[in-house]
Design a protein. Structure first.
Length: 269
C-alpha cells in the first residue's frame, strides 16, 4: 500500500491543484482564514476565599485550550478587600495585596489591567468564580442585593452585552451579571440547601432580588454524571454552578466545560 501511495502521490497532487482554482495554496489559505475565538478571562485574585477559585480558573483555561480559543487574561488593578490565610480560613490582618498582582500568579505573568479589555479585541468574556468575584469585583459578600460592582467590571459586562458577544460565568460570579444585566437568566445551582449539598443556596434568592431570573440546574444528572450549564440565549449569558455545589471535582470540571463549550458556540467561530 505504501508503494502504491508513493506512485500515485504526484498524480494526487496534480488532481488537487486542478480541482482548486488557486492550486494547493488555496487550501492552505482557506485554513488560515478560519480564525480562533478570542476569549478574555477576568480574574479576581488568587485563592478561593479572597480571590479567584484556582481549580475553576484552571478548568476554564483547559477547556478553552481544548476548544482552540485564543485566551487573554485580565484583572482590575485594585487592592483586595482583605487577605485570607487559607490554612486557617481567617483574615491575615497585617497583610494587603493587589488583585492584578495576585491574579498574575494564575496567569503565569501574562495578564493586563482590566481597564485595557475591549470588546473590539475579543469575541467573548469569561469570569471564573471564587469569593474574589463577591469581594474584589463587587461588594456582594458584604452588601448582598445592595452591592456595587467594580466600575471596569460593569463596563465590560455592559459592553459585551451591547455588542451581542457571549459572557460566561461560574460559581458565585453570576451575581455580577444579575446586578448589571437586568432580566438576565443565570444559575448558581439549587435554591434549597438539600442537607448541605448546596451550601450557598441562598444566593439564588439574592439573584432574584437583583432583578435577574434564577434557573435551577443539577449537579449530577441521570446516571451519566452530566454537569449542567444554563444558556440564556437572548442575552448570551452562560452560567454553571461549579463549587456552589458539594460534589466531586470532575463534575465541577465537566460543568465548566459545558459552560465554555456553549460560550464558544455562541461566538460563531
Amino acid at each position: 500500500p505504501s508503494a502504491m501511495l508513493a506512485s500515485r502521490g504526484p498524480a494526487l497532487c496534480t488532481a488537487l491543484q486542478r480541482a482548486a482554482p488557486g492550486g494547493l495554496a488555496s487550501f492552505h489559505s482557506s485554513a488560515r482564514r478560519c480564525r480562533a475565538a478570542r476569549v478574555a478571562v477576568v480574574l479576581s485574585g488568587c485563592g478561593v476565599y479572597d480571590g479567584t477559585e484556582i481549580h475553576e480558573a484552571s478548568a476554564v483555561l483547559v477547556h478553552l485550550s481544548r476548544g482552540g480559543a485564543e485566551v487573554h487574561m485580565y484583572a482590575p488593578d485594585v487592592p483586595q478587600m482583605h487577605v485570607i490565610d487559607h490554612s486557617k480560613g481567617q483574615p491575615a490582618e497585617a497583610e494587603s495585596r493587589n488583585v492584578l498582582v495576585e491574579s498574575a500568579r494564575i496567569a503565569r505573568g501574562k495578564i493586563a489591567s482590566l481597564a485595557k479589555l475591549t470588546t473590539a479585541d475579543h469575541d467573548a468574556v469569561i469570569f471564573p468564580g471564587g469569593f474574589g468575584a463577591a469581594k474584589n469585583l463587587s461588594t456582594f459578600a458584604v452588601d448582598g442585593k445592595d452591592c456595587k460592582v467594580n466600575r471596569e467590571v460593569e463596563r465590560v459586562l455592559k459592553d459585551f452585552h451591547k455588542a451581542g458577544k457571549p459572557i460566561g460565568l461560574c460559581c458565585i460570579s453570576p451575581v455580577l451579571a444579575a446586578k448589571v444585566l437586568s432580566g438576565a437568566e443565570v444559575t448558581v445551582g439549587h435554591e434549597e440547601e438539600e442537607g448541605g449539598k448546596w451550601p450557598y443556596a441562598g444566593t439564588a434568592g439574592a439573584i432574584k432580588e437583583l432583578g435577574a431570573k434564577h434557573c435551577e440546574t443539577c449537579a449530577v444528572f441521570s446516571l451519566i454524571h452530566f454537569y449542567e450549564a444554563h444558556v440564556d440565549t437572548k442575552n448570551k449569558v452562560v452560567t454553571t454552578p461549579a463549587f456552589m455545589c458539594e460534589t466531586a471535582l470532575h463534575h465541577i470540571f465537566d460543568g465548566i466545560g459545558a459552560m465554555v463549550k456553549n460560550v464558544l458556540k455562541l461566538t460563531g467561530k
